[in-house]
Design a protein around this ligand. Structure first.
Ligand code: BES
Ligand code: ZN
Length: 638
C-alpha cells in the first residue's frame, strides 16, 4: 500500500460538515430555509460520509471482484464514472480496505491518500486532472470488513459449502467497496463477480437464475441507487419461481419451504402497485439467508435479503416481505437524504406494509400488526427516555458524531407510521393515497429531507384541504404526541379476556385459543403476569408446547417469560436459539432480560462467548455494548 502522511483535513471536513449540517436540524415545519443552508448544489450535507459530492461525484460503478471464501477476502477493481473532475479531487469512503492503486481512464496512475480512521472509516482522496472521466480503484477487503459475514459450511443450512452475505445499511458498504457511501448519492452499477465454481452469486440487481459453468456472474443495476443498497450473497444457492415476476433464492434444503411460505409475493406486488404506482425495478425476489443474518429483512433492490426465522410453516410472518417490498417505493425510490431522515424510509414503509397487509389479509390482521408495533414503540420510548440520548425519541434525528445505527429505533418505524396514519385520518384515505402516489412519482430516484417532505405535504395536501397540524411537535418533539391514533384490535381484546380467565384459575386447555394466529400468541405471551410460578409455567408449556415451537416470534417471546422467571427447562433451547439465530431484534431483549440478575448475567456471558463468532458485526457491536463484553482477541487489521 502506498503510504501517505495522514492529513488533518478529514477532521476539519468532518467538523465543518457537522457545523453546517447542524443548521438543518432546527428548521421550522413547512419552511425549508434551513434545508437550503445545508444544501450545496442540490446535495444535503451528510454527517456520515466523507464524500463531497458538490465537488466531484460518482455516477456509475463498474465492479469486478473475486470472492475468496478460503481467505475471507474480496479483491478487485471498483471503477467509477465521475462528474466534477475540474475540482481537482474526489473523496470516497473506505473502512478497513487496502487500496493498491488508482488509475484513470487511460490507465495512468492517480495520486491518492487515505486519511485518518474514525467510526466513519477512512476517507480516500484521489487527485484528479480536469480531463479525468473515470477512476479505477484496485483494492482488497480487510479481515474485519464490517459489512461482510463469512460463514463456514457448519453455519449454513446444508452444511456443505461456505456462504457470504453483505449488509450495507447504514454505513457498512464502505467496508467492502471504496465508495461515496451516502444515501444522498445515487449511481447505477454493473458487476462481474468471480466465485468458486460450486457457489452462485446474487446481488441487488437483475440476477441469474441458473449456475454459470465457470463461477463468473454478471449483474446490472440500471436504476440509480445509493451505496447502502449494493448487496451480494454467495453460497450454494438455488432459485425457485413463485410467479412470473417473483421468486425465492435459498440453500437447496430451504428453497421449497421458502417458496411455499412466500406464495403471496405476486399478490403483494400487485397490491402495492395498485396503491402507489408501478414497480420500477423489474423483478422482485427474496433470498432466504442463513440464520445469523442480523435483520428480519433488508430491502436490497430487486432482491430482498431475509432471515429464515420468518419461515414459520404457516405463512404467518410474511408481513416482513410486504415491508421489504414496500421499500421499493419508500426508501429505494425516494430515499432518506441523510440518516437523520431515516423515518422517511421506515415510517412510510411501515405505513405502506400495513396497507398491503390490510388489502391482502384484512383489517383484523393489520390491526394486530399495528397494536404489536405500538407495544414495541412504547417500550422503546420508555428506554430512550432514560438513556444517554433522550432526543432519539424525535422523528428527525441528530446523529452527528454517532454511528447512525445507534439512532435507528422503533421511533422511526412506529412513530413515523403513526404520523402518516394521523394525516390519513385528517384528509381521508382517497386524498392521502393520491398524495403519496404523486410524492413517489415526483421524487422518484431522488433523496428527500424531512424539511422538503414537510413543505411538500403542507403545499400539496394540508393547505388545500385546510388541515392544520402541529408538524413541529410530530417531527421535532419528543415522545408520542397526544393526537396519535390509537390502534384497535378486537382480536387482542379477546386474548386479554383469556389471559384474565387463566389468571383467575381456568386451565390452559380451557382457554379459547384454537383460532389464534402467531400475532395472538405474541400478544398473549407479552401480556402474561410478570411474575409466574414454576408450576404455572410448566402448565402453560405442557398445554401449548412453547419451548418446542418452530415459530421464532413465539419462541423469542416465550424465552423472555422464561428468563424473567428463571424457568430453566427452556434454557437448552434458548442456548441453541442464541447460538444459531443472529437476528438483532431477538438478541437484544433476550440478552437484556438476562442482565437483570446475577445468575442471568453469568448465563448471558457463557451463551454469548459461544454464540458471538456466529453473529454479524452489527449484532456483535450491539451485544458487546449491552454485556460490556471484553474481547480476548481484538480484531487484527492489516
Ligand atoms: N432497512 C431495514 C433494516 C435495517 C435498518 C438495516 C437499519 C440497517 C439499519 C429493514 O427494512 C427493516 O426494517 N427490517 C425489519 C423488519 C420489518 C418488518 C420491521 C427487521 O429487520 O426486523
Ligand atoms: Zn424497513
Amino acid at each position: 500500500m502506498r503510504s501517505f502522511k495522514s492529513s488533518s483535513r478529514p477532521a476539519q471536513v468532518l467538523l465543518a460538515i457537522t457545523l453546517l449540517a447542524s443548521c438543518s436540524g432546527q428548521g421550522d415545519a413547512g419552511a425549508d430555509r434551513s434545508d437550503e443552508e445545508s444544501k450545496v448544489k442540490g446535495y444535503t450535507m451528510d454527517q456520515h460520509s466523507h464524500a463531497r459530492p458538490e465537488e466531484a461525484v460518482i455516477t456509475h460503478l463498474d465492479l469486478d471482484i473475486t470472492v475468496d471464501p478460503a481467505q475471507r477476502t474480496i479483491a478487485g477493481v471498483a471503477a467509477y464514472r465521475i462528474k466534477g473532475a475540474e475540482h481537482g479531487r474526489i473523496i470516497l469512503d473506505t473502512d478497513d480496505i487496502r487500496v493498491e492503486s488508482v488509475l484513470d481512464q487511460a490507465g495512468s496512475p492517480l495520486e491518492f491518500e487515505l486519511g485518518d480512521s474514525s467510526f466513519l472509516g477512512r476517507p480516500l482522496e484521489v487527485e484528479l486532472k480536469a480531463t479525468t472521466s473515470s477512476i479505477a480503484i484496485k483494492y482488497r477487503t480487510g479481515r474485519n470488513a464490517k459489512a461482510l459475514q463469512w460463514l463456514s459450511p457448519q453455519q449454513t443450512a446444508d452444511k456443505e459449502h461456505p456462504f457470504l452475505f453483505t449488509q450495507g445499511q447504514a454505513i457498512l458498504t464502505r467496508s467492502w467497496i471504496p465508495v461515496q457511501d451516502s444515501p444522498g448519492i445515487r449511481f447505477t452499477y454493473d458487476a462481474t463477480v468471480r466465485v468458486p465454481e460450486a457457489l452462485m452469486a446474487v446481488m441487488s440487481a437483475i440476477n441469474p437464475q441458473e449456475r454459470s459453468s465457470d463461477g463468473v456472474y454478471h449483474f446490472k443495476q440500471e436504476r440509480p441507487i445509493p451505496a447502502y443498497l449494493i448487496a451480494l450473497a454467495v453460497g450454494d444457492i438455488v432459485f425457485k419461481p413463485v410467479d412470473d415476476r417473483t421468486g425465492v433464492y435459498a440453500e437447496r434444503s430451504v428453497v421449497d419451504k421458502a417458496a411455499w411460505e412466500f406464495a403471496d409475493m405476486g399478490d403483494m406486488l400487485r397490491t402495492a402497485e395498485d396503491l402507489y404506482g408501478p414497480y420500477r425495478w423489474g423483478r422482485y425476489d427474496v433470498i432466504v439467508l442463513p440464520p445469523s443474518f442480523p435483520f428480519g429483512g433488508m430491502e436490497n433492490p430487486c432482491l430482498t435479503f431475509a432471515t429464515p426465522t420468518i419461515l414459520a410453516g404457516d405463512r404467518s410472518l410474511t408481513a416482513l416481505v410486504a415491508h421489504e417490498l414496500a421499500h421499493s417505493w419508500s426508501g429505494n425510490l425516494v430515499t432518506n437524504a441523510t440518516w437523520n431522515d431515516f423515518w422517511l424510509n421506515e415510517g412510510f414503509t411501515v405505513y405502506f406494509e400495513g396497507r398491503i397487509s390490510e388489502a391482502i389479509y384484512g383489517p383484523d390482521y393489520a390491526g394486530m400488526l399495528q397494536q404489536l408495533g405500538r407495544q414495541d414503540l412504547e417500550l422503546t420510548l420508555a428506554q430512550i427516555a432514560k438513556s444517554k440520548h433522550p432526543e432519539d425519541s424525535r422523528l428527525r434525528l441528530d446523529l452527528a458524531g454517532r454511528d447512525p445505527d445507534d439512532g435507528m429505533t422503533d421511533v422511526a418505524y412506529e412513530k413515523g407510521a403513526a404520523f402518516l396514519r394521523l394525516i390519513e385520518s385528517k384528509v381521508g384515505r382517497a386524498k392521502f393515497d393520491s398524495f403519496i402516489r404523486q410524492y413517489f412519482d415526483e421524487f422518484a430516484f431522488q433523496s428527500m429531507t424531512t424539511d422538503r417532505f414537510l413543505s411538500y405535504l403542507e403545499a400539496q395536501l394540508l393547505a388545500p384541504n385546510k388541515v392544520k397540524l402541529d408538524l413541529a411537535e410530530w417531527v421535532d418533539g419528543s415522545g408520542l404526541p397526544a393526537n396519535a391514533p390509537t390502534p384497535v384490535s378486537d382480536r387482542f381484546v379477546k386474548v386479554d379476556k383469556e389471559i384474565k380467565r387463566w389468571e383467575e384459575g381456568a386451565g390452559p386447555r380451557d382457554l379459547a385459543t384454537e383460532e389464534w394466529s402467531t400475532f395472538e400468541w405474541m400478544h398473549f405471551l407479552r401480556h402474561l403476569p410478570k411474575e409466574l410460578s414454576e408450576a404455572r409455567l410448566k402448565e402453560l408449556d405442557r398445554a401449548f408446547g412453547f419451548t418446542k415451537s418452530g415459530n421464532a416470534e413465539v419462541l423469542a417471546a416465550w424465552f423472555e417469560v422464561c428468563i424473567r422467571n428463571d424457568h430453566d427447562e427452556a434454557y437448552d433451547r434458548l442456548d441453541d436459539f442464541l447460538a444459531t439465530v443472529g437476528r438483532r431484534k431477538f438478541l437484544v431483549p433476550l440478552y437484556t432480560e438476562m442482565t437483570r440478575t446475577e445468575k442471568g448475567r453469568i448465563m448471558a456471558q457463557t451463551i454469548y462467548k459461544n454464540a458471538r463468532p456466529n453473529y454479524h458485526s452489527v449484532s456483535v457491536r450491539t451485544i458487546d455494548e449491552l454485556l460490556s463484553w471484553k474481547d480476548d482477541h481484538p480484531p487484527v487489521n492489516f
